[in-house]
Each structure stands twice: as structure tokens, then as C-alpha cells.
Ligand binder design. Structure first.
Ligand SMILES: C=C(O[C@@H]1C=C(C(=O)O)C=C[C@H]1O)C(=O)O
Length: 159
């Protein structure tokens, strides 16, 4: 795989790691996982920032839609596990505003890395590279499936 892929998958995984914190804050506050207004704000910011990274706003938005869907997948999965267990982990709870500013900080990193990988997305090997990089990621099952969701549009053509 090209050198640009591992850092991209890493940034995607970092954004998904934050989903656990989001889920915890929503468990505490009984707020629904999905927040359409916040999603729109994220997508608007992304499309505004895209040209700075020589990315088509549409392409950047589609990529981020997948990140948002994957993020919700992790949250629903964690909440399901905590309902099943009858409890969520104890420990420090950053508030949602703080967590969202962490997500915002990752935005530029993700855009930079998606732009770095884009030249390779039409390669016939693209799906194989992505598949094997995800297989080797040091994450649990829930995060691995979320990585699959998050990278669904990474390669230009389906298998
Ligand atoms: C991460 C959150 O949960 C969901 C996922 C979002 C995202 O990935 O950016 C945005 C809004 C929510 O639908 C959040 O509420 O901030």
C-alpha cells in the first residue's frame, strides 16, 4: 500500500476513538446519538475547508458523511453494550462541547490525509490495501466494523 494510507486510517481511527467519549456523555445526559444540526455544521465546515487541501467540496463532504455514520455506529454499539451490562464505565467525563472541539481539530488532519491518498484511490489494488490495513489495526471488533463503514467510499470503484 502507498505510504499515504496508514496515516489516513490512523486519523480515521482517532476520530472513531472519540466516539466512545461522545457515547459516554450521551449516556450520562440521555441525549440521542444523532444530532442532525451538528452533522450539518460539520459538513458545512468541511466543504468550506476542502479547497484549502485541493479537494472538491463534494468529495470532502461524502468522505465526512461516512465518518459521521461510522461514528454513530460506534456510539450505538457502545450504548447497546452498556444497556446490556446495566452500567457504563466510570471515570472522567469531558463534556460534549469539549469533545466536539477535539473532533473539529481532527478535521484538517483528515482532509490533508484524504487529499494525500486520493491519487491512489483509482488503483486496482485500492480495496485490497484498505482491507488489509483495517485487518491489522489494533482495535476491537466494534471499531473494526466502524473502520469498514468509514472507509466505504475511499476507493473509487466497488469490488
Ligand atoms: C459525534 C456526535 O454524534 C453524531 C456524530 C457526529 C459526527 O460524527 O460528527 C455529529 C453529530 C451526531 O449525529 C456528536 O453529537 O457530536
Amino acid at each position: 500500500a502507498p505510504d499515504a494510507l496508514a496515516p489516513l486510517i490512523d486519523a480515521i481511527a482517532q476520530r472513531l476513538a472519540i466516539a466512545d467519549q461522545v457515547a459516554l456523555s450521551k449516556w450520562d445526559s440521555h441525549v440521542p446519538v444523532e444530532d442532525p444540526k451538528r452533522e450539518q455544521a460539520v459538513l458545512a465546515a468541511v466543504s468550506h475547508q476542502a479547497p484549502r487541501f485541493w479537494l472538491e467540496p463534494d468529495r470532502a463532504q461524502r468522505f465526512f458523511s461516512a465518518q459521521i455514520e461510522a461514528n454513530k455506529l460506534v456510539q450505538y454499539g457502545r450504548l447497546w453494550q452498556w444497556v446490556q451490562a446495566g452500567k457504563a464505565p466510570s471515570g472522567p467525563r469531558p463534556d460534549l462541547k469539549e469533545i466536539r472541539s477535539q473532533l473539529d481539530q481532527l478535521q484538517g488532519v483528515l482532509l490533508e490525509r484524504i487529499a494525500g491518498f486520493d491519487p491512489y484511490r483509482t488503483d486496482a489494488q485500492c480495496d485490497r490495501w484498505v482491507t488489509s490495513t483495517i485487518a491489522h489495526a489494533a482495535v476491537d471488533d466494534l471499531h473494526r466494523w466502524a473502520l469498514v463503514r468509514a472507509t466505504g467510499g475511499l476507493c473509487a470503484s466497488p469490488k
